[in-house]
Design a binder for this molecule. Structure first.
Ligand SMILES: Cc1ncc(COP(=O)(O)O)c(C=O)c1O
Length: 388
């Protein structure tokens, strides 16, 4: 647009087209996807996010949570508009206070990031900054943001294959630690396998790691765990100075696009991680996260819906006798019995996008849990996509 400096600046609000206004209103008020158990039984759960950009493609490839944002978060997002001209100091402080209370920790032990990915990358920066020749230990396969960034920074990544149950092999990971090790990454539940390591076992592992090595436990999917032996290690950050627990608002809270994550660590470690921060969080995301944290009805309904559909998918795979990992996340990882590419293409022909390829698992697919009707569509397309 041509800007003529001699003309007084006119501030005009952009006009909302009727279509846009309706879509906006629909997105706001369709925020009760769980309302009406009868409607749910009939499979008529309203899509809470009528998204003109998405077309008709069913996206079950990115481990996102299409039930979000929560009703309270939707309101907070709209209300945040008037705060957009300001830096989000007040909002960040408020979220920090709430997170600290939620975890029973002092606020100085909480670090807020622009997505948890930022915090994961910071740990690679810290590891590389400690001098050349450093090593990072991670499972294979696992979520690659940290190992990939570490590699870029010159850290040597020691990939330890998951065991026969597709779980972190903590014994081998411990044995791989040496004087050059800077970071050990444990993704629990693990992406893409969805498997967990038992909490007691993980605590023993963490306590055996030498103090100069930072242990990063990524609990992105922890809210979806229903295995009673698994659980958060958040409380350990009170006493263990070389532990960073990482959480995100991108999964159970359904706020991936708004980029909010956080870390919990011993006070000194938290200060170091915060000092490496590259970005400053956005107020809308922080306001949404704070509201979502308090939307207990939404969180528990979402958890139930996702776990129910995880069971449905796992049962369908088991009924066909296909190998799968025991998922505790909002996704299922299983062996399609043929090349993944073929399965992906057959699913895409039905308008369904499933997850990408993972090294060492050439015939395995990762499918995320979408809305109930999206899971229905996936299950309906499954027999043919498997070539049955
Ligand atoms: C295990 C794990 N950690 C972290 C992330 C990144 O989350 P964020 O959106 O908070 O950066 C993901 C995203 O898929 C993930 O699977």
């Amino acid at each position: 647009m041509h800007h003529d400096a001699t003309q007084p600046t006119v501030l005009a609000m952009p006009r909302l087209s009727r279509r846009r206004a309706l879509l906006g209103a629909a997105a706001l008020f369709a925020s009760v996807p769980f309302a009406g158990a009868d409607a749910q039984k009939r499979g008529h759960v309203a899509n809470p996010n009528p998204d003109p950009l998405a077309g008709h493609l069913i996206r079950i490839d990115g481990n996102e949570n299409p039930y979000g944002p929560s009703p309270k978060a939707r309101e907070a997002i709209l209300a945040s508009i008037v705060r957009a001209p300001r830096y989000a100091d007040t909002e960040v402080d408020a979220l920090g206070t709430q997170l600290a209370a939620a975890h029973g920790l002092p606020v100085k032990q909480v670090i807020i990031g622009t997505g948890s990915g930022e915090l994961l990358k910071i740990t690679a920066l810290m590891g590389a900054n400690a001098g050349p020749g450093g090593e990072l230990i991670a499972a294979v396969p696992t979520y690659e943001e940290l190992p990939a960034f570490g590699t870029r920074l010159g850290l040597t990544v020691k990939g330890i294959p998951v065991d026969s149950k597709h779980q972190h092999d903590l014994g081998r990971m411990h044995a791989a630690i040496n004087a050059k090790t800077r970071v050990v990454y444990i993704c629990n539940p693990n992406n893409p396998t969805g498997t967990v390591v038992a909490r007691a076992e993980l605590e023993t592992f963490i306590k055996a790691v030498p103090e100069q090595v930072l242990v990063v436990v990524d609990e992105a999917y922890i809210h979806l765990v229903d295995d009673p032996n698994a659980g958060s290690v958040d409380a350990l950050v009170r006493d263990i100075p070389n532990l960073l627990v990482v959480r995100t608002f991108s999964k159970i809270h359904g706020l991936a696009g708004l980029r909010v994550g956080y870390g919990l660590a011993h006070e000194k470690t938290a200060a170091t991680v915060a000092a490496w921060g590259l970005t400053y969080p956005n107020g809308t995301g922080i306001a949404a996260a704070t509201a979502s944290l308090n939307d207990h009805a939404f969180l528990s309904q979402t958890r139930t819906a996702l776990i129910n559909d995880r069971r449905r998918i796992q049962a369908a795979i088991d009924a066909r006798g296909l190998p799968r990992a025991a998922s505790q996340g909002n996704f299922v990882f299983f062996d399609t019995g043929g090349p993944l590419k073929q399965f992906q293409e057959r699913m895409l022909a039905k308008g369904i996008k499933v997850g990408r390829h993972f090294d060492g698992y050439d015939t395995w697919a990762r499918v995320s849990i979408g809305l109930q009707h999206e899971t229905d569509a996936f299950l309906a397309a499954l027999p043919k996509a498997l070539g049955a």
